[in-house]
Design a protein around this ligand. Structure first.
Ligand code: MTE
Ligand code: MO
Length: 339
């Protein structure tokens, strides 16, 4: 059920990307290629989302601007103990039983915010799912309403294909006013990370770690593109500023062999499977601007977590990969090179 809709959505988004930037209608061959691309991607996600991983191995990582600035990891046992908040509500992502009230039980996000503390300038919290989907909720709403990370539905663990083992649930029935700000797209499935505000920019290149000050010393590039992933950005073209991947590798002392590849890993658990890492050939990096973007817009603002920041892999207009949304990586954490 979900899988077919995922596929449909992928085809539509892929088409949408082209409709915005292509001047002529796509040919049948193009359509066919996009469908294949969407269906391959779907197969990948399905395989990743239905792996054998047990909920008992599922952790929640709390990152970003916590009071101490240090990340925290809660294991399943700890989550279980914290999951005392009950929310009875219909599930707006459930189109088969739209009026059915479910009894969700989980961890009140406000409790985690209180327990670990947020830096004073934090105004929102971003939740990242296994599949790299993300949603960002205002801190004040998380503090005012019992929005929960649910781990049980009608007293049973939540199945993976129903958004489990950790599902972000909003008390829509009890607080209908929440529906004016949030909708079903905010109900994040298989949440694995919760980011207070935005993390500090930091990228590992093989074993070496580069921070923002270091990246800022490399030659700066600006591209003007429609962002390849769907959330957080307006639909038109935006300016993204950053450094070329090839300059980052050179700086880190990596040689660029003709046949080599660089693999890019984002935060989501999806990328834990090596098969899902984005791979780019050195020739693509040489021929066009593949950048690690850290700023955006005319004011060169830092890219917040709600836009997939602080570091995003982005493609300039000359890049063959630019319209392939699966190649844009949000929350970039690591680059590794291979011959
Ligand atoms: N982890 C994750 N959560 C997610 C999504 C997703 O792709 N991944 N899609 C969102 C959107 S856009 C909707 S409408 C609802 C329902 O998604 P579905 O139509 O794919 O079932 O889940 C939301 N939560
Ligand atoms: Mo959606």
């Amino acid at each position: 059920m979900r899988l077919n809709r995922d596929l449909e959505k992928l085809i539509l988004t892929t088409l949408f990307v082209c409709l915005q930037s292509c001047t002529t209608n796509p040919t049948d061959a193009q359509l066919k290629a996009w469908r294949k691309q969407a269906s391959d991607r779907n197969a990948q996600i399905v395989a990743a989302n239905t792996n054998k991983e047990k909920p008992s191995q599922w952790n929640l990582e709390i990152q970003g601007e916590t009071a101490t600035g240090k990340p925290v990891e809660l294991n399943w046992q700890q989550l279980h103990v914290l999951a005392t908040e009950q929310v009875k509500t219909p599930d707006p992502t459930n189109i088969i039983q739209p009026n059915q009230v479910f009894d969700f039980r989980g961890i009140k996000v406000a409790t985690l915010i209180k327990q670990f503390g947020v830096a004073s300038d934090v105004s929102d919290v971003t939740f990242v799912g296994f599949d790299s989907y993300h949603t960002t909720i205002l801190l004040q709403d998380l503090q005012a309403y019992p929005i929960i990370l649910a781990i049980a539905k009608n007293n049973k663990p939540i199945k993976r294909d129903e958004g489990g083992p950790i599902y972000l649930v909003f008390p829509f029935a009890q607080y209908p006013q929440l529906r004016q700000k949030y909708n079903e797209t905010n109900w994040a499935f298989y949440v694995s990370h919760m980011i207070f505000g935005t993390e500090k920019a930091r990228v590992r290149v093989n074993k070496r770690e580069l921070d923002l000050a270091t990246l800022d010393k490399l030659p700066q590039v600006t591209i003007n593109e429609t962002v390849g992933y769907r959330l957080g950005w307006s639909s038109g073209k935006v300016k993204l500023h950053g450094v070329r991947l090839r300059d980052v590798l050179k700086f880190a002392g990596e040689k660029l062999p003709e046949q080599g590849k660089v693999k890019i890993r984002g935060k989501a658990r999806f990328y834990d499977d090596a098969a899902n890492l984005v791979r780019l050939s050195y020739s693509e990096m040489r021929e066009c601007d593949v950048i690690l973007a850290t700023k955006w817009g005319n004011e060169r603002q830092l890219i917040p977590a709600k836009m997939g920041g602080p570091v995003t892999l982005a493609f300039g207009s000359q890049c063959p990969s630019k319209t392939n949304q699966t190649h844009w990586v949000k929350f970039v954490e690591e680059l590794t090179t291979a011959q």
